[in-house]
Design a protein around this ligand. Sequence first.
Ligand code: GAL
Length: 963
Amino acid sequence: MELPYHEDVSPGTGGLPPRVWCAGSDAVSLSLNGSWRFRLSPGACGPDESFAAAGFDAAAWDEVVVPGHWVLQGHGSPLYTNQMYPFPVDPPRVPTENPTGDHLRGFDLPADWPAGGDAVLRFDGVESCARVWLNGTPLGDFKGSRLPHEFAVGHLLRPEGNVLAVRVHQWSSGSYLEDQDQWWLPGIFRDVTLLHRPEGAARDFFTHASYDHEDGTGTLRVDSEVPGRVTVPELGVDVATGESVTVPVEPWSAERPRLYDAELATAGERIALRVGFRTVALTDGLITVNGRPLLFRGVNRHEFHPEKGRALDLATMRADVRLMKQHNINAVRTSHYPPHPAFLDLCDELGLWVIDECDLETHGFTMLGWRGNPADDDRWTPALLDRATRTVQRDKNHPSVIVWSLGNECGTGKGLRAMAAWIRERDPDRLLHYEGDPSCRDTDMYSRMYADHAEVERIGRGEDEGSETRRQLPFILCEYGHAMGNGPGGLREYQDLFERYERLQGGFVWEWIDHGLRHPAYGFAYGGDFGEELHDGNFVADGLCFPDRTPSPGLLDYKRVIQPVRFGYDPVSGTVSVTNLYAFADLSELAFEWTYLMDGAERDASGPLDVPPELGPGESVELKLPDPPAAASGAETRLYLTAMVCEETNWTSLDHVVARADFAVTPRPPVPVATGESPRRRGYDVALGPGRFDVRTGELRALDTLTLTAAPRLDVWRATTDNDDGAPWQPDTRYGPLWRKLGLDRMHHRLDDVELGASGADALTVRTRMAPAARDLALRTVYRWTSDGTDLRLAVSVTPEGDWEVPLPRLGVRIGLPAALGYAQWFGGGPGEGYPDTKSASTVSRWSMPVDRMQTPYVRPQENGARADVRWAELRTGIDGEGVRIVGDPAFWFTARRWSSEQLDAAAHRTDLTPGDTVWVHLDHGQRGIGSQSCGPGVLPQHELRVAPAEFTFTFSAAARRR
Ligand code: GAL
C-alpha cells in the first residue's frame, strides 16, 4: 500500500536544500504572518484538495493568527504526554482521527517588490506536516516541525491576488520523531515569509571565525556558494569569500560576547553579519573555548508561552535571555529542538553558550523495549539526516552555538550514527553531544541526566565504569535538578562537585519554564485538564520560571548557587575574601559593597569594597573591613556583601545584583527565658501571663485580647511536594506515598495530662501522644508553658516511640490566628521561601510583607512559603497594626497562609484555594529537604528530617500597635 505523504517516512518533497538562516539581508521580503482563513477537519482529508484551487471561496471559514497553534485559538484542544505516544504505535502510520487545519492567505506583492530575480517561500516552523500550494499549484510537503522549509516560488507569483494554501496535519510519520515531553500543539507556529532573491543573491554560506588564544588573533573565512566579498570595517578586513584573513581581535565568549559587524556582498545581495571569534575544542579531555575549560551553569529551554504555546514573539525570547543572564545562567540547551532562529541571535548578542539540539526524540519506543525505534531503522535514516542537515545548515553561523546535539532520548541506532557522521563532516569545528548512547561512540562528552551526587562525584574522580573511550571524556549533566513544583533541592551540592572536579563541566537544570497554559477555570492548566485520554499531569510544569515567567524560588536559589563571585568572611580577623569564578572575564564590570546591619534593620555602616577590577578568572583577594560598630545589647550584627553591575548592559539595568552573601559578625544573643508567673485557675480557665488556657484540654485559647482560631499543637504534615511524591518509576523510597500510607496526613492527638504548677513549678504542662491510626508509632509531646507576666513561653519536647522508618515532612507547631492578622514581619531568611536544600538565596535580614505575598504560586499547589532561620516573626493587622510576636529558640522555619495544609494538599490548581477565617502559622523546628525525586535523586542525607528526640521553644507576646 502506498502511504499518503503525511504517513510515509520521507522528510518531504519539492523543497529547496537547507541553507543558513540570516536576518540581515538587504533583499526585500514580505511577512505572511497575520490573520489566515482556517478550517479544521477531523481527518487528513485525503484527496480533497479543492480548497487550494484558484478561486476557492473561504469567506465562511474561521480565522486563526499565524504564527500560532489552532488548539490555542478555540479549535480543538491541546494534549500533553511525556513519553507516551498519544496514538497507537504502528510506525509510520498515524490515526485516521488526525486533526487537519487548512489555512489560506491572500496577498499582494508590495509596490517595491523588484521585477527580476526569484522568490523563496519560507516556513520557520509548522507542526507536524504541511502540504503547500501557491495560486493553485502544489509546491510540495514537509515534516520536521521546528525546522525551516523553503520553496522556490518566483515563477508562480503575481503582483496581486496571490493565494497561499497550507494544509497542516497534527499527526504524521514525523510525530514518531517528535515525542518530546511537552504539549502536542499543531499549527503554523513560526513565521511565514516570502523572500525576494535577486539575481546573484547569496545562497548558503558558512562563517568560520576562530580565535588563537596564544597570539590573540582571529581568523575569518566565509565560505559561500555564491562568491562575493567579506568586509569587517572595524578590523580593516576586505577579502573574497573562501579566503582566510588573520588579524588581532577581541574574542567572543558568553561572558564578553564581542561581536564584529561584517558584511557579505554578492553580486545581488548585501547581508549584514555579526561575527564572533572563538575556538571550541576538546583539549586534554576538557571542553575548552579559546583555550579555557568551560563550566556550564545551564538550563534546558523549551519554547513556551502560556497563551501562545511555542509561538514565541521576539520580546518573549529577549525576556528569556535577559532573565537567564540576570540569574547568572551562562548556557542553554535548546531542548529538544532548534529554537526560533532569532533566539540564537540573542544568545550571540547577550552571551550564552548554546547546545543546539536537533528536533528529534523517539522516547515512546522505550515502552516497547525500543522495538521498531526509527533511530535504528534504515528506512528512517533519510528523515533523521534531513533533520540534522536542517539544524546545522540553519544555525551554523552563530558563535554562541558551540555544541550540536543529535536529539534527545532516541535510544541508539544507525540513524543517529549517520547524523553524527554528517555533522562531523560538515562542521568539524564544533563538538557533538548525545546523551542516549552509553557507549559515547559519537559524542565528545559523557553526558547524563539526573545522576545523583554520589555518582557524579565518582565520575569527577574518574572512578566511573564504562569504556576507556568514555572515561577519557569530559562530563556534563545535560539535565539535572528537576524543577517541578517546589525545588529543586541539592543544587548547591552539585555545584560544589562541579567546582571541585575538573572533569565535571557543569550541567543544565531541567527546565527553564513551567508549561502551564492559561485557563479560565484553573489559572494555569496542565496535563489532563483538557480531558485527554492519556496524559502525564503536571509533569509538564517543571520549570525554574512560572508560566508567566515570574522567577520561582528555584531560579533564585540557582542564581545564588552559580553566582560568578564567591565571598568568604572571617569574623575574627575581619577580612573578606572575594574569588572570581568567571572563566574569561575579570571583575571590572562589577562594583562591590559591604554593609553591617544590626538586627537586619539599622544600617550601621556601609562602604565600597575595593576589589581590584583586574582580578582574573580563578583569582582571589583578601580585604580587611573596617571594624563593625559595637552591637547594642541583645542585638545581632551581620555583614552583607554585594556585587552589582557598574553599568547598564543589554541584559540588565543598573541596580542589578550579580552576587551576594551574608555572614554573622556577632552570634545571636541568648533569648531570655520567660518564667516567674504561676498559672491561676478560675473554673475551666487557666490564666498564665497573657495566656488563657482551657484546663480540660490544656489548649491555649487566647493571648491577651487576641482569641486564637486554633491552639498551638504539634504538626508533622506538609502538602506533599512533587519531589516528595516522586515519579512513578522512582524506587520505593518515595516518601510522599509512604507518609500517606502510614497516616502522617491524619495524625491522632491524645491528651494524657494537664498539670498546673505541680511540685512548685511555675508551669502549665500538657502531655500528649500523637500517632497515626493502625500503627504503634508515636511522638510523645510535652508542652510546657511559662510566663514572666508579659511573655508566654512554650517549650516543646518531643520523644519518638516505635520504629520510625521514614523521615518526617516537618516537625513543629501550628497555630490558627484570626484572618485579620494578615501582615507578617520577621527577622530571618527571606525575602522568599527556603528549605534545607534550597535556601541559598535566603538572606538573613528583616523582612515584611502581607501573608498573601508569602505564598509561592506553584502550578499544582503544594507545600511552599517556609522562611528559613527565623529568629522572630510577627503577625499584625497591618504594617503598624496590633498582633502577636513569636520568638524562637533555636531559630525556626516560619510559614503563614490563609488555608490549612490539608486544604493545600487537596487542591489541584491554584484556583481551588480560597482564604478562610484563619491565618495558619507554622513554627517549625525542622523541615525535610526538597530533593529532586520528581525525576532525579531524593533528599541528601544531611537534609533529611530524621525522627529523633527534639526540644524547641517559642515565646509569644502581644505586639502593640506601632505609633
Ligand atoms: C528527561 C527528558 C526531558 C523531560 C525530563 C523530565 O528524561 O529528557 O525531556 O521529560 O526528563 O521532565
